[in-house]
Design a protein around this ligand. Structure first.
Ligand code: NAP
Length: 325
């Protein structure tokens, strides 16, 4: 089955007035972000780089943390070469290492900078079992746990910024429609246990993307309880022609290249992220899931608040336990 983005091919538009063919520039047209600071993870390529470029184009101060400073600087140069006045900062961040996440956050906090928007975009698809520094399956570690810790450590800065500026803070998790592949909570719970560290399963990527949605469900509940002026939402960007498939077998990669005309180009692939992160129509909307720049329905499992709480507790205790080692 070729990787086809049917929504993009049909060109559907929704209530927001935007749709699968809208670009990140379209959805941010006329939006002034000159008083906003945004961190975009995974902004060295694909959807993240285009998101960072468009937020910078609208005046935001964009922070690009990447696995190497060189990669972050290259992304910054690419943006500055087109937008010489863009405000772009760089940092070093490996989401597969809790120590690296803590160092990045310490450095960011030492600048005393505000933080209005956090875009948890970085992601990987792995072929076979690989482990993070903390010996967790790498897709779950980078796609979910790393962003879980990053968000947790930056939350006080976001709350302070929203209080001082009276501007709503926004946390955006880039999930995937693939989250719906998992339909049984026991399968997901099994993946959540120590099994993740010793067994490979093709649904692990889907599980990490389900975790991205469950994360914002529980986070949003907690933010409402704290009366914080911050929203947290998740989204599917479309089937986008990027380097996300780079770790798959060469034959599959060649097949995906051939199918690339059936996939969404990157400017459209970054549209839902930019819409959810910046548009006034999304004011006050939290704990929801978006596709094609409109609110959409996620799977029943992704709406399971008990499962969201369970994942939250598991993530906290895993991080806590590794902290003590
Ligand atoms: N493309 C699609 O069809 C599609 C569909 C649904 C969801 N998504 C999601 O969209 C997001 C963006 O993916 P993309 O399609 O734009 O792919 P991409 O071009 O491969 O971008 C992935 C980004 O994540 C970064 N990253 C990977 N491992 C990291 C780590 N350990 N620490 C920090 N950064 C790391 C990569 O940096 P390096 O260059 O250092 O590796 C890169 O900047 C992902 O979360 C993906 O799951 C994509």
């Amino acid at each position: 089955m070729p990787p086809v983005d049917w929504a993009y091919l049909w060109g559907t538009k929704g209530e927001s007035g935007f749709g699968s063919r809208s670009t990140a520039q379209d959805v941010t047209e006329g939006i002034d972000l000159s008083s906003r600071t945004a961190i975009v993870t995974g902004a060295t390529s694909g959807i993240g780089l285009e998101t960072a470029r468009v937020l910078a184009m609208r005046g935001a101060h964009v922070v690009i943390p990447a696995r190497t400073l060189k990669a972050a600087e290259q992304a910054k140069s690419a943006i500055i070469s087109e937008l010489p006045d863009a405000k772009v900062s760089t940092g070093e961040l490996d989401l597969g290492s809790f120590a690296s996440i803590r160092t990045f956050v310490d450095e960011f906090k030492s600048l005393n900078a505000p933080l209005n928007i956090l875009i948890n975009n970085a992601g990987v698809i792995c072929r076979g079992l690989q482990l993070s520094e903390e010996k967790m399956e790498l897709q779950f570690a980078i796609n979910h746990l790393g962003h879980f810790l990053l968000t947790k450590l930056l939350l006080d800065t976001m709350i302070r910024t929203s209080e001082e500026t009276r501007i709503e803070g926004r946390i955006v998790n880039i999930s995937s429609k693939a989250h719906a592949i998992l339909t049984d909570s026991t399968d997901f719970q099994k993946l959540n246990t120590e099994n993740r560290m010793s067994n490979w399963h093709p649904t692990l990527y889907a599980g990490s993307k389900l975790a991205n949605i469950l994360h914002v469900k529980e986070l949003s509940r907690q933010l409402k309880e704290r009366r914080a002026n911050i929203t947290a939402n998740a989204l599917h960007p479309g089937v986008v022609h990027t380097q996300i498939f780079r770790n798959l077998r060469p034959a599959i990669q060649s097949y995906i290249s051939i199918c690339s005309l059936l996939m969404r180009p990157v400017p459209q692939g970054a549209a839902t992220t930019c819409y959810v992160a910046t548009h006034s129509r999304v004011n006050g909307i939290s704990g929801r899931y978006f596709e094609d720049c409109n609110e959409a329905t996620c799977s029943p499992l992704a709406n399971d608040m008990a499962l969201a709480k369970e994942l939250w507790n598991f993530s906290e205790s895993f991080i806590e336990a590794r902290n003590k080692n």
